[in-house]
Write a protein that binds this ligand. Structure first.
Ligand code: AGP
Length: 614
């Protein structure tokens, strides 16, 4: 998620922009830049660089940039690798306009072709550069800046928030908001713009959040907000926000992990927007016909990853084998890389990774390539090493995940695996199209089902209070939710330091049942499925030994509710969606137990967000 800062007023704009970007660093980014209206030259000065703000500050050192208005941006790459060229702000060809942008303009390629035909030239791979030149295309003496923006916005498809300055209208900033956040800050003889309030709290605590399809014109003394459709001014009073900067960076949540758990419905929504096309077609951006043809010939899949991503690999195995009828093997990267796997060009090795930098998974990818297997990376960080070295990459677009314990990135991996499964099932013609269409229409209801599941938070908190003192937990599940049991256990152990173990429920009687007594909580993931009756038997075995049953089940399952000491209902959906819904209460449970034990939720001991060493 990119960071946006805009300023117009009596201060030196450069220092306001840099300080604002510093407060947005927590969002994660791979390049940064500023554009400002130089008072003396009346030109727009753009300074931008790949990497962290320190690199940008080095470029700014010694530059005399006295400016009263400007824009600042930290980029989280979605279109185009992290680079100085792709960094924002972007100028139009005539250097009259500069823009910063957050979001995705889905029809940018068509717009780019149209502009090229009109003689515009492009230097970056970004959709943002298309936007600023589209606005420039309409901008003329007879069509002022606001009018030009509105004409261009009408042509753009997707969801975006952007801010713009013009050297010909140096006394104002223009902003537009559709889906991605944009907030205005009110000062004395100065006004501000940002993607979140944390960038502006050092200067003001009076804010007005723009709503979808609203645009704003800011000068040093005035702020005007308009509705795109009616063009009428919007009369909404600013709000006062008394957060500290730290509170603001967490969006008011106590921890990044909690914020990221609550971002999951939006993350799934974003994936559906990116991967599910009109008519229910599944598409992955930039997949070539050649790669697609190779996928069709694949005879076996290896899914290789670590930790939480390994659990996503197991879920993917169940999905692909059921719907695409292709044999799938899963392996932890650290084993795969040393076991000298038997691979050839008829194998597809899928590496799954949030960071795209995990050393063992990277080694596994390189071995797969040496053995001539086709490779696919499912990765969150754009331009990461795994993304660059695999034959093809599908980005999960979960945005930066700050908490060390993976939550939204995991759910994004599962949602992406659903898309991959439907895509492969169609490619290999292994499932009736009617069944796949029905899955796609159900997929679109998943964000709302995730929202509904988050309503369990309060009852989960009560359950966590009852058990937060315990040091041993068992998690059991079957089928798609066997990996859910593994993931739930990993979440609890890594942030609360309790002993938590996940098992295939059928394994209970092969050993773990010896642990059951009246002190032993067992989290049983038992939504309606083809193995539901077997889960019920397991639960009865646990109860017969006085075990404590905490059940995750399908809404309306009164029988399970009666059996369990605590019952948490997830919305009724087809089995393939249940690992996403079932993991949410487990994330919330782990989070609450961790907080109650005074642990460092976001930075648990001994752990790193990305394990770039063996
Ligand atoms: C998950 O909560 C952990 N932080 C860890 O297991 C993580 O999933 C693992 O290190 C893999 O990281 P990656 O997804 O960035 O490759």
């Amino acid at each position: 998620m990119c960071g946006i800062v805009g300023y117009i007023g009596h201060r030196n704009a450069v220092s306001v922009l840099i300080q604002g970007l510093e407060h947005l660093e927590y969002r994660g980014y791979d390049s940064a830049g500023i554009a400002c209206l130089n008072r003396s030259s009346h030109a727009i000065e753009v300074v931008k660089e790949k990497g962290k703000l320190a690199a940008l500050k080095n470029l700014l050192a010694g530059r005399d940039l006295s400016a009263h208005a400007g824009l600042g941006h930290t980029r989280w790459a979605t279109h185009g690798e992290p680079s100085r060229l792709n960094a924002h702000p972007h100028l139009d060809n005539s250097k009259r306009l500069a823009i910063i942008h957050n979001g995705i303009i889905e029809n940018y390629a068509a717009l780019k072709d149209e502009l090229k035909a009109k003689g515009f030239r492009f230097y970056s791979q970004t959709d943002t550069e298309v936007a600023v030149n589209l606005i420039a295309c309409y901008y003329s003496r007879s069509t002022g800046l606001v009018e030009a923006v509105l004409k261009a916005v009408k042509r753009m498809e997707g969801y975006f928030a952007f801010a713009l300055i013009s050297r010909e209208e140096p006394d104002r900033l223009i902003a537009f908001k559709r889906s991605n956040p944009l907030v205005i800050g009110f000062g004395q003889q100065e006004n501000f713009l940002a993607s979140d309030v944390s960038a502006l709290l050092p200067y003001t605590n009076r804010f007005l959040y723009l709503e979808d399809d609203e645009y704003a014109v800011l000068t040093a003394r005035t702020v005007e907000v308009f509705d795109l459709k009616t063009r009428k001014p919007v009369k909404r009073r600013p709000v006062e926000i008394q957060w500290t900067i730290a509170e603001a960076q967490k969006g008011g949540y106590s921890h990044y992990m909690l914020k990221e758990i609550y971002e999951q419905p939006a993350v799934v929504e974003e994936i559906i927007k990116n991967q599910v096309k009109p008519g229910g077609r599944i598409e992955f951006e930039r997949m070539s016909a050649g790669y697609r043809a190779k996928l069709r010939k694949i005879r076996r899949v290896y899914a290789v990853s670590c930790g939480t991503a390994y659990h996503a690999a197991i879920v993917g195995q169940y999905m692909l084998e059921k719907y695409a009828r292709i044999p799938v093997e899963v392996a932890v990267s650290s084993e795969f890389r040393y076991e000298d796997p038997v691979l050839n060009s008829e194998d597809l090795v899928v590496v799954i990774s949030q960071s795209g930098e995990t050393a063992d998974t990277l080694a596994a990818l390189r071995i797969a390539k040496q053995k001539k297997a086709l490779t696919l990376a499912i990765v969150n960080v754009v331009g990461s090493t795994l993304a660059r070295e695999a034959d093809f990459v599908i980005y999960t677009h979960a945005g930066p995940e700050i908490g060390v314990a993976s939550t939204k990135a995991y759910v994004a991996q599962l949602a992406t695996m659903i898309s991959v499964t439907i895509f492969m099932a169609r490619l290999r013609r292994k499932s009736p199209e009617a069944e796949l269409r029905s899955l796609v229409s159900e997929f679109k209801k998943l964000p709302a089902a995730c929202e509904k599941t988050l309503e369990l938070a309060k009852s989960i908190d009560r359950c966590a209070r009852k058990h937060s003192h315990r040091k041993n937990f068992l998690y059991i599940g079957r089928g798609y939710n066997y990996p859910t049991a593994l993931e739930g256990a990993l979440k609890l152990k890594e942030i609360s330091y309790a002993h938590a173990h996940g098992y295939a429920a059928g394994e209970l009687k092969h050993g773990p049942i010896a642990l059951i007594d009246n002190e032993q909580p067992v989290i049983c993931i038992a939504p309606h499925s083809k193995t539901y009756a077997k889960m019920v038997s397991n639960i009865q075995e646990i109860k017969a030994r006085d075990g404590i049953v905490i059940a995750i089940g399908t809404a309306g399952d009164d029988a399970l509710d009666d059996m369990a000491d605590d019952f948490f209902a997830i919305p009724k959906m087809s089995e393939i969606f249940s690992p996403i819904l079932a993991v949410i209460p487990l994330q919330l449970f782990a989070y609450k137990v961790s907080v109650l034990n005074g642990r460092d939720v976001d930075q648990p001991r001994n752990l790193a967000k990305s394990v770039t060493v063996e």
